[in-house]
Design a binder for this molecule. Structure first.
Ligand code: TXE
Length: 533
């Protein structure tokens, strides 16, 4: 592979902010710079202006193959895979500090690249060092096990890394999702190759450079930008890959799962969602409305746990809807330049995602549903700051309702946009039935002031994550993943760490030599009652 020429930092004055974008983004295989990818260059767009902000070089097939070779060689060398848990812990802790220092810069870069409001990203990326610190702490505190085996046997179980692992990340939370996967994988000692979304590769590539500074050896963390159907596919089919960890759409999840199965690789998949939010009549109504808006419109609805099916007790429906529409109008009034710290919500990531939101409104109208508010692509200057909303993929926060909402297209399909639907329920059993009436099972929320009811209903929802009087809460220690079509396996916590390791059971005979001779000779010609297993 050809190393690139020296780094050129260009100061880019965009959207009123100064963001340093490099001119040489490309594959990262360790070291202090990117290599020059020989594949098809990837133009990177800002969805708030629909304009190109930089171009990233991508690896050719030969470069992908040599990255896999490098990752395997590095793993086999033991430089990271067999280094002490303490030394890996120290490197991850240092990476947490370096990342923390860079969060403000990365948040602006990610806002430019994703169009998400910078306020959101500062808050979100500010949490990321916690993932590295958590897994650094796991390395210092995890203890081995001695099994209660019968007889004079010492049986201890060690956990060791898997080998080369591939992680495929989406566009919606480019750095958050990648770091969630990278931290446990590196902690466990694997060699990690990450493919960021073709739409949002920049902040993860910057993270690669920080990893080198923290002391991650070259070849242990590689980042290969590019399309899923080329770079992603060539990575996941390689038989040396011992685990694939994907966050993406359910269809992609099935395709990659079939490949992982064929190669007997481990697989974690965090896929689509259609989170229900049940609002009981005894809830604090304003808190519930605020919580629903946070759940539904943060990241412009482009999150896997986005609250999209709002299920409201019929006795409070009218009051809830009035308050909801008021809140939604206030969100829309404050949409503007995503880099404006006062901006409430950004555009969708791309034209196809915009079309999906537009299409679902059209088909909902055809199904007889009502548009309570929103429903259209935005145009003209922002009331907040005059930003040209028509120049980006901005879509109004949208609320749909109607008697036929349950079972309609918007009820069933993941839209990944700021489009939600609201239905009524009569009693607890009806609420649970409606909430579970879905192929997905990732996030869900319940709003109630009755604690017993909250826990009772949580236990009956088919969802991997259930919030009570809250939404989106995430923590490095808290398992994250879905049931049904929302995926397989869990991110975060000890479950994620263990999924990046495999056990090795070491069994030693500790009986004396005399006893062993007397009791363990299976083919003895004088004694038949010899232990077998
Ligand atoms: O996802 P894709 P897209 C859902 C959401 C969204 C839809 C499509 O509904 O509207 O999926 O989004 C890589 N081999 N979610 O097109 O295609 C791809 O390059 C290897 C939910 O962005 O699944 C990218 O890096 N890699 C979700 C990643 O997979 C492949 C987050 C996701 O892309 C590949 C994102 C292949 N054959 C979308 N095909 C969530 N759970 O949050 C694609 N990729």
């Amino acid at each position: 592979m050809i190393p690139s020429k020296s780094l050129k930092i260009m100061a880019s004055r965009m959207l009123g902010s100064k963001i340093a974008l490099r001119s040489d983004y490309g594959p990262f295989i360790g070291g202090a710079k990117f290599i020059k990818g020989e594949g098809t260059p990837l133009p990177v767009e800002s969805p708030s202006t629909c304009s190109n902000i930089t171009t990233v070089s991508t690896p050719s097939s030969a470069q992908i193959a040599s990255t896999l070779d490098l990752a395997q060689l590095t793993f086999d060398s033991g430089v990271w895979s067999r280094s002490s848990a303490l030394s890996r812990s120290k490197v991850l802790a240092k990476l947490a500090v370096l990342l923390e220092e860079k969060v403000p810069e990365l948040a602006e870069m990610e806002s430019l690249n994703t169009g998400r409001a910078v306020r959101e990203l500062k808050a979100q990326l500010g949490r990321l060092p916690d993932w590295l610190s958590y897994f650094a702490a796991v390395l210092r505190t995890t203890e081995g096990t001695v099994m209660p085996t019968e007889g004079e046997i010492l049986n201890y179980v060690k956990r060791q890394p898997l080998g080369v692992v591939v992680q495929i990340a989406p566009f919606n939370h480019p750095l958050l999702i990648a770091v969630k996967k990278i931290a446990p994988a590196l902690a466990a000692g694997n060699s990690v190759i990450v493919k960021p979304s073709e739409l949002t590769p920049l902040t993860l590539l910057e993270f690669g450079l920080l990893a080198t500074k923290a002391g991650i050896p070259d070849g242990v963390l590689c980042i290969l930008p590019g399309e899923g159907r080329t770079v992603g596919k060539e990575l996941v089919v390689d038989r040396r890959v011992k685990k694939i960890d994907l966050t993406g759409g359910t269809e992609t999840g099935r395709v990659i799962g079939a490949i992982a199965g064929g190669n007997l690789a481990s697989y974690t998949a965090e896929l689509g969602g259609k989170a229900p939010i049940i609002v009981f009549e005894d809830s604090d109504l304003q808190n519930a409305v605020n919580g629903v808006c946070f759940a539904s419109f943060v990241a412009s609805g482009q999150t896997c746990v986005s609250g999209t099916r709002i299920i409201v007790q019929d006795s409070i429906y009218d009051e809830f809807m009035a308050k909801l529409k008021e809140k939604v109008a206030s969100i829309e009034r404050r949409m503007g330049d995503p880099l404006n710290p006062l901006s409430s919500m950004g555009p969708l990531i791309s034209r196809p995602q915009l079309s999906k939101s537009e299409g679902i409104v059209a088909s909902s109208l055809a199904e007889g549903l009502t548009v309570e508010c929103g429903g259209k692509r935005m145009n003209g200057p922002s009331p907040l700051d005059g930003f040209d909303l028509g120049g980006g993929y901005f879509f109004q926060p949208t609320v749909l309702s109607g008697d036929g909402v349950v079972g309609s297209k918007v009820w069933k399909e993941e839209i990944f946009g700021p489009v939600i639907c609201v239905s009524k329920f009569s009693d607890e059993a009806d609420a649970i039935k409606k909430a579970n009436d879905c192929d997905f099972g990732l996030g869900a929320a319940i709003w109630t002031s009755n604690g017993a009811r909250g826990h009772r209903v949580a236990g009956l929802l088919d969802s991997g994550l259930v919030w009570i009087n809250s939404h989106h809460r995430n923590d490095p220690s808290s398992p994250w993943g879905g049931m049904k079509d929302s995926g397989i396996g869990r991110e975060n916590g000890m479950e994620a760490y263990r999924s990046y390791t495999q056990s090795k059971s070491v069994i030693m005979n500790v009986a004396s030599e005399e006893k062993t001779r007397a009791n363990d000779d299976w083919f003895s010609d004088s004694k038949l009652d010899v232990r077998y297993g």
